[in-house]
Design a protein around this ligand. Structure first.
Ligand SMILES: [Zn+2]
Length: 570
């Protein structure tokens, strides 16, 4: 009785504490074991600022990526700015122990969140030149708007953002992705972009930027000819490259990746400072490392294509392609981020699309029909459950997981099946040396038991305001719910009073065609500042309060517009 009373007193307090910053994380009932090679890999991410040369420093271990400072005459240049304002400020504080010179320029090696979202954290409201490849803004818009929900969900599973510190060992390319519900996320748009190459002198430092598609299409590398320093971005880090990322991405072309590494190999590099993992010093070591890395990529690419041309399916090629003896033990090709098997599958489907060539996969049975047939073949639900249970006892965790696909397809709330799925995912995660796979298994394990992932990416206003209207309207179109607007034809004209831009949306045939011009005789007209429209779509402000304050004008009436907006996902 007394214990209960004490618990009642304490529990609201506990609730309050656990609701603070870290409340998005989930913990496990028992301590998880960790693959020993993954554990050892954490040594790569000792938190420190390394002096590369008198005027070049790299901060490692503060977040997922590194941030690099180049010190010029009267100012500094920052290459990559971390994943959040908080992490960026922590790094900047360390850099401030070295110099107080102002930030004169930022260089993004590519568009990924861990390299760009700390920019407002670094410079606040200040204006600064931001260099990037000309494709970077396009990919930034795409990630921030069109595919954000799924990229965020899968990305956060893969990086273990929702896992507690015991479950998350490291992320393969950095200790962890420092993003939580209170993070300041600000990616200032690049204002100095280029196509093939760009040579500039900033604060007395000669800087050459080269387009180097690889991990991303907008990747660049930075060459400092006087210092003999090369910053390769994410085209090399100390793990097998992420030729495919399990969070999902457009095709990464290994051919281009090797060509970009070859471009780097042509220089007499004395210091190689990647945007993940530690720098490498010494001309020969750097040349050999770059060579090994590009050879690993070329091997996987060439052999996948070779077997593909012989008519093998992607899963058959996965069984065939492994790194050769001479590359298998190379430190930079261990699978702590990318994996050969995932790369093979991606190269196959990147070249041939979804169909693997086997006629039985051309128009397969639906998952439900297949599950029904598997259960019937096993002799009923309980029999298949028994099979799954004995597979688990025999430590066949992948097979257990696959069997629970069938069981839960038919009985989604069957507790024994849920337990088997949960336990097999935990085992797969615990045994896994690849952190992306470990985190994905462990996060889904918690989701199987009811843990709900909430969206925690909330870009700041400065970022939202710079997203072009085109990306905003692209986003609107892919959020149309056909069931709600079947047979409805409706035309809406938008006038943006601050920029003078005109847009229209025509609803017909269960699609929303967005165009950057007005159409005749619209059913609804909307007049609003572009910044306010973007804030509305980003849920930074409410529709009703905006209307009542007169910040949006709608004819014939707000009711019609509300109806129109109800045809789209929130
Ligand atoms: Zn990165």
């Amino acid at each position: 009785m007394r214990f209960k009373y004490i618990y009642l007193l304490i529990s609201p307090l506990f609730f309050f504490v656990s609701c603070k910053e870290e409340n998005h994380k989930t913990s496990f009932e028992k301590e998880l074991s960790i693959n020993s090679s993954l554990q050892k890999h954490s040594e790569e991410f000792k938190k420190e600022v390394i002096k590369v040369k008198e005027n070049i420093y790299v901060a490692i271990g503060f977040g997922l990526a590194n941030s690099i400072m180049i010190v010029g005459d009267n100012g500094i240049i920052i290459v990559d700015v971390m994943e959040s304002g908080e992490t960026a400020k922590e790094v900047l504080e360390e850099f401030r122990k070295i110099t107080n010179k102002p930030i004169k320029a930022i260089i993004y090696t590519h568009n990924h969140a861990d390299h760009v979202f700390g920019s407002t954290g670094m410079v606040g409201d200040g204006q600064v030149d931001i260099y990037a490849h000309e494709l970077t803004p396009y990919y930034l818009d795409r990630v921030v708007s069109v595919t954000r929900p799924i990229t965020e969900l899968r990305g956060f599973r893969m990086f273990g953002v929702y896992l507690d510190d015991e479950a998350l060992v490291n992320c393969g390319i950095g200790p962890k992705l420092n993003i939580n519900p209170t993070s300041q996320l600000g990616a200032i748009r690049p204002n100095k972009t280029f196509k093939d190459s760009l040579a500039v002198t900033i604060e007395g430092i000669d800087i050459e930027l080269y387009h180097a598609p690889g991990e991303t299409n907008d990747q660049l590398f930075v060459w400092l000819p006087n210092e003999k320093v090369l910053l390769p971005g994410d085209n090399i880090y100390k793990t097998f490259p992420n030729l495919y990322t399990i969070r999902g991405t457009i095709y990464r072309d290994p051919k281009q990746w090797t060509q970009s590494l070859d471009k780097m190999r042509a220089y007499e590099i004395e210091y190689l400072v990647p945007s993940h993992t530690r720098p490498i010093f010494g001309k020969d070591l750097i040349h050999n490392t770059l060579t090994t890395y590009r050879d690993g990529i070329q091997y996987v690419y060439d052999q996948t294509i070779r077997y593909m041309n012989k008519g093998l399916t992607s899963s058959e090629i996965v069984e065939k392609v492994h790194l050769p003896e001479s590359l298998r033990n190379e430190a930079f090709l261990q699978e702590f981020y990318g994996k050969v098997s995932w790369s093979v599958t991606n190269i196959f489907h990147g070249n041939l699309g979804f169909f693997d060539g086997n006629p039985s996969t051309l128009q397969p049975l639906s998952p439900t029909i297949k599950a029904e047939k598997m259960i019937s073949m096993a002799g009923g639900f309980d029999k298949l459950l028994e099979q799954a249970s004995s597979a688990f006892s025999s430590k066949e965790y992948q097979w257990t997981l696959e069997l629970t696909d069938y069981l839960l397809r038919i009985e989604p709330s069957d507790e024994q099946s849920i337990d088997l799925r949960y336990n097999s995912l935990i085992k797969l995660g615990e045994n896994e040396s690849n952190p992306n796979a470990r985190h994905y298994y462990l996060t889904i394990a918690k989701e199987v038991k009811g843990f709900k992932i909430k969206s925690i990416v909330d870009p700041d206003l400065r970022t939202i305001h710079t997203i072009p209207l085109e990306a905003m309207f692209d986003n609107l179109s892919v959020n149309l719910i056909p069931d709600k607007c079947e047979n409805i034809r409706l035309n809406v004209n938008f006038s943006f009073t601050d920029t003078g831009e005109k847009w229209s949306v025509q609803l017909r045939n269960s699609i929303a065609e967005a165009q950057s011009y007005h159409i005749e005789n619209p059913d609804i007209t909307v007049s609003v500042k572009s910044t306010i429209w973007k804030e509305l779509l980003a849920k930074k402000r409410g529709g009703l309060t905006t209307y009542l304050s007169g910040d949006i004008e709608v004819t014939p009436g707000i009711g019609d517009f509300k109806e129109f907006m109800s045809y789209f996902e929130e």
